[in-house]
Design a binder for this molecule. Structure first.
Ligand SMILES: Cc1cc2nc3c(=O)[nH]c(=O)nc-3n(C[C@H](O)[C@H](O)[C@H](O)COP(=O)(O)OP(=O)(O)OC[C@H]3O[C@@H](n4cnc5c(N)ncnc54)[C@H](O)[C@@H]3O)c2cc1C
Length: 348
């Protein structure tokens, strides 16, 4: 089969890799910067749910699936999510950026904002620097001051924050101090304890794209502006040229990636999950999340979307373009993108 994937963020590249590994001819068409490349490059699977922190993401997905049937994790089921994340770990290892962690356990990592966040899978260095290892050890934050990173600020903020969180009791935190654990900005991976910075996702995606190209995926720089639909199926994605195929994946992201434009799916105008009546909120960023964040494309369990009331059976949607979930509040960004990318690419 010939599979055409639009969008070269993490969801698109995982979809392309899976489709290729299954023996398909694959074209990956993408253009512009992605949310994936702006991110920290760690895999949040499920960090928060119902206002509380999640210790075991697999367990969290089981509970969430009972209450929230339109959530992408509920559509796929926990077994498929686990399988997808195993596939991702094998792919990043083959691409030269091994990730550590288990889908049954969240870890905590420090951020460049001097905060601590839960995540699940992380590049080796970030995993080695996880907060769980700080107990009664000295921790130093090293690195040069730059536009949006100050080691001293991170250290001061963590010294204040950690006793309140009770997640670790380091002996002391001092900027640049050569203590037991010294966190340095991650940049290009490596096994030494590292602090991920915004934008580190870019090299993970870049390595995966190189890996995909080495496996025979044809990676093309172009912007898809529409699609040719005949007999209820997509025949081609239209960019500066026409990309014909048998199966199609749309992984163009949300407002950050460009897949959503205002309240519309930008390429085809696919149907969205119903907008909540309470989308007008007093606060722009309420703690329980904003209904706006849940807006995105509606699909069935196979990730097929709907267009003018009818399902398109040879098109699948993956990643942040999907509706029914809120990655900002849940901390589920790369987790959902990888799981749905894996399923969307599972053709042939
Ligand atoms: C600042 C920030 C930090 C984050 N940090 C984390 C984190 O550390 N961990 C985590 O798990 N999640 C994080 N998230 C969330 C996570 O990054 C996203 O949920 C995830 O990357 C979405 O991946 P995606 O592939 O679906 O979309 P994107 O990464 O946005 O990729 C979409 C791609 O499609 C391309 N595209 C769009 N329209 C077209 C078109 N018409 N034709 C061709 N190409 C097109 C875009 O240019 C882009 O390359 C963060 C998000 C933000 C904004």
């Amino acid at each position: 089969m010939k599979v055409v994937v639009a969008g070269s963020g993490i969801a698109g590249v995982v979809a392309a890799l899976r489709a290729r590994v299954l023996g398909n001819e694959v074209v990956l068409v993408g253009s512009g910067r992605s949310a994936s490349s702006r991110s920290l490059g760690v895999v949040d699977v499920l960090g928060y749910m119902k206002g509380g922190e999640v210790g075991n993401p697999e367990e969290g997905i089981r509970v969430l699936s009972e209450d929230c049937e339109e959530h992408p994790y509920a559509l796929l089921g926990v077994e498929m999510v686990r399988q997808a994340l195993e596939f991702f770990k094998e792919a990043v290892a083959a691409a030269g950026v091994p990730f550590m962690g288990r889908t049954t356990e969240n870890i905590h990592i420090a951020t460049q904002f001097g905060t601590v966040k839960p995540t699940c899978l992380a590049p080796e260095g970030v995993y080695a620097g996880r907060v769980e290892r700080w107990h009664r050890r000295a921790v130093g934050i090293a690195g040069e001051e730059e536009r949006n990173f100050s080691p001293r600020f991170v250290a001061e903020s963590l010294s204040w924050l950690l006793p309140k969180l009770g997640v670790a009791l380091p002996e002391r935190i001092e900027a640049g101090d050569e203590g037991d654990i010294v966190l340095r900005p991650m940049r290009q991976g490596g096994t030494e304890a590292a602090l991920p910075l915004l934008g580190d996702g870019e090299f993970v995606v870049k390595r995966l794209l190189e890996h995909a190209a080495a496996l025979g995926v044809s990676v093309v720089e172009d912007r898809i502006r529409g699609a040719r639909i005949e007999g209820g199926e997509v025949r081609a994605f239209m960019g500066t040229q026409s990309y014909t195929g048998d199966a199609f994946v749309l992984a163009t992201g949300d407002w950050t990636g460009g897949g959503m434009h205002a309240f519309r799916e930008a390429v085809l105008g696919l149907e969205l999950v119903e907008r909540s009546a309470e989308h007008f909120k007093k606060l722009p960023l309420p703690e329980e999340g904003h209904p706006y964040s849940r807006l995105g494309v509606r699909t069935d369990g196979a990730l097929n979307p709907f267009y003018r009331g009818k399902k398109i059976s040879n098109l699948r949607v993956a990643g942040a373009l999907l509706g029914g979930y809120d990655y900002c509040t849940e901390k589920s960004g790369w987790g959902v993108a990888i799981a749905t990318g894996y399923v969307a690419g599972g053709v042939g």
